[in-house]
Design a protein around this ligand. Sequence first.
Ligand code: SAH
Ligand code: SF4
Ligand code: F3S
Length: 478
Amino acid sequence: MEDKEILEGRQGEVLERDQNEGSNASKKLYIESYGCQMNFSDSEVVASIMNENGFATTRDVDEADVVLINTCSIRDNAEKRVRNRLTEFKKKKEDNPEMVVGILGCMAERLKKSLLEQEKLVDLVAGPDAYRDLPNLIEEVGTGQKAVNVLLSRDETYADISPVRLDKGGISAFVTIMRGCDNMCSFCVVPFTRGRERSRDPKTIVDECKDLFDKGYREVTLLGQNVDSYRWNITNKGAIKDENLPTVNFAELLVMVAEVSPELRVRFSTSHPKDMTNDVLHAMASNENICNYIHLPVQSGHTDVLKRMNRGYSREWYLERIEAIHKIIPDCAVSTDIISGFCGETDEEHKDTLSLMDIVAFDFAYMFKYSERPKTLAERKFEDDVPEEIKSKRLTEIIDKQLTFSLASNKTRIGKIERVLVEGDSKRSDQHMSGRTGRNSMVVFPKGNFSKGDYINVEIQDCTSATLLGVAVDNDSE
Ligand code: SAH
Ligand code: SF4
Ligand code: F3S
């Protein structure tokens, strides 16, 4: 029952606003993104590359010369969703044969040419490290050739590209600090679709954050599959990891970004329990604008399952990291990812996931049924032997438990004054605005004389498991 899954990211989101920044923009690009925040961030890099080459972005697929779909392979249902969408685009192409349809991202990397040749769903295939080649690939399609570039790179970070921001608000932006992943968790397709891990030059990261702040942004989220292994060797430009050279690590990078302005909130995702250092926690504790929120995926509460998952930590290690968070950063919110029904998972092992949830009391969680992915270690080594209905039953138990903890977490905020960064009008009511607390809770409050990007104090009066409700208090601009 996929509708029970709580999915990450903003699935299938199209542009929130049209962009016409390219002075010579004469053609139109429509881009749609699926999957994780990294994909949304990549789509902004793609828009920038296309912009430089004469394409303005549009929200209307019917006026597009080029349609790009940036895809995710993390679970089978993510790919199914994209296939349905590609079939719809194929139909549109029958009416408009000139329209170029391309697939980008993780599914492009995983399936390579087969989408072009066997399935004939698209004209163009470009993997995550091949976006600079898009203008050439589009030209190739124009001359009737098959256009594929799925080469993975050891050093591409798109560091010099200034992304075209496609978000609605102009307040909060994603900034990619590293690409790829070297971890090889046995269930995960990402190392195959994103290639080797590489870090981006910290100077270009800080410059991008400064530029965002100058343009009115008040929040950045630093992105990487495992931000704790961010490492930049100053002299060899990050190309080779050499422990003897001076380096910038993640804790240091966080402080560099936090120093852009005390008015710029800094978030990051994703931390890895095996690598998260106390230095990062101390950096958070001593810089007020680094938000008190950590996403620390646990995946399972049982050490044997974690071993089969090749996660590199035990239940005890994870619990110790949680203790360290609460000791070093008072009032830090913690969220997680959990997979139900991984290969060989027994009832006992599943119960240990529930018992770990009882101990940690996560503020929020993303919860998934295990979905076997081709080529992964788990596919080669283990049998996907937990029956579908057991996976679903366990997932339901996990979700039900989490909902009670999410509600309990929100209830503890009632009566408190929270500092909220105003993001804009509430989605549900034009009489209300919404914003987030440092702990990443969404707050809805009656409209006052506030603008997007203001920091205001809100007294929390009520809540649901997903949202805090309150009224603005003691604010100058009211
Ligand atoms: N780099 C991050 C997460 C990347 S994928 C990390 O290491 O935590 C996001 C989440 O998707 C994972 O944390 C995991 O919970 C889930 N996931 C990944 N592969 C999956 C699979 N094959 N089946 C079900 N869920 C999966
Ligand atoms: Fe996948 Fe593990 Fe890398 Fe996360 S750390 S992207 S789960 S291999
Ligand atoms: Fe999906 Fe690729 Fe992200 S598989 S979760 S889009 S890294």
